[in-house]
Ligand binder design. Structure first.
Ligand SMILES: Nc1ncnc2c1ncn2[C@@H]1O[C@H](COP(=O)(O)OP(=O)(O)O)[C@@H](O)[C@H]1O
Ligand SMILES: [Mg+2]
Length: 216
């Protein structure tokens, strides 16, 4: 494991919590912003995205349009790696409450990571579905319906030891990685009242699952 800016991470706790006995973590438990984490050069923009409080422009968003935009942006990268994209979209999916630009960033980061994990090619599967149970969210009894988006690759997978760190700013296992993609995803999804989960088996692949709240 390594961090993109060594020496700046003492005392930072992971933003994700590991569930005992499984290669499965749930983000959304605690979050740490370290204002010292800003850096220069290529990471600067993403780093300042991370430390700046966002003003979300919440509107009803068709998440299929967001996913189509992201997949279109990444078509060439996927083609070059002979990656087949499989869309399993639930046609009954309702609009969610979100900031379209910010959510585009989330899914772009996740799809880029999935492609980077599959240098040998393979399928990328994007699935949407409606959560059938109602969830009690927040402190009160505010009940919201959720949808889920799964981004599933058959790439290199994530080492069990690395899983608790992947949402931490600057954590990367890539030579030219910034380690900011997932930290930004985590921040944005949390601000939307959603969750990010990840399941991964080294050598087999990784699935990120994102929940978002249905628009009223
Ligand atoms: N789909 C994936 N497959 C395998 N590893 C992943 C995947 N997504 C994220 N990771 C791991 O999480 C780390 C952090 O990801 P990210 O925050 O996007 O930073 P970066 O892509 O710059 O390394 C990656 O370096 C990699 O080790
Ligand atoms: Mg990345």
């Amino acid at each position: 494991m390594k961090f993109a800016t060594p020496g700046r991470h003492q005392g930072r706790r992971s933003v994700a919590e590991t569930l005992p006995g499984s290669r499965f973590i749930v983000a959304g438990i605690c979050q740490h912003h370290d204002s010292r984490s800003r850096s220069s050069g290529q990471t600067h923009r993403a780093a300042s995205d991370l430390s700046r409080p966002t003003k979300l422009e919440l509107t009803p968003v068709n998440i299929h349009e967001v996913l189509d935009d992201v997949l279109l942006l990444e078509t060439q990268a996927a083609d070059e790696l002979s990656i087949t994209v499989k869309k399993r979209f639930d046609p009954s999916l309702p609009p969610i409450r979100g900031d379209r630009a910010q959510l585009t960033q989330v899914f772009l980061n996740l799809v880029k990571n999935a492609l980077q994990a599959m240098s040998g090619g393979g399928p990328l599967t994007v699935t949407t579905r409606v959560e059938t149970d109602f969830h009690i969210r927040g402190q009160g009894s505010d009940r919201s319906r959720l949808i889920w988006v799964d981004i599933e690759d058959e790439g290199v997978g994530i080492k069990e030891d690395d899983l608790p760190h992947i949402f931490s700013p600057f954590f990367t296992t890539k030579n030219s990685g910034t380690g900011l993609g997932l930290a930004v995803c985590y921040r944005i999804v949390k601000e939307h009242g959603g969750l990010i989960r990840v399941e991964s088996v080294e050598g087999k692949g990784t699935t990120f699952r994102i929940s978002l709240v249905v628009a009223n």
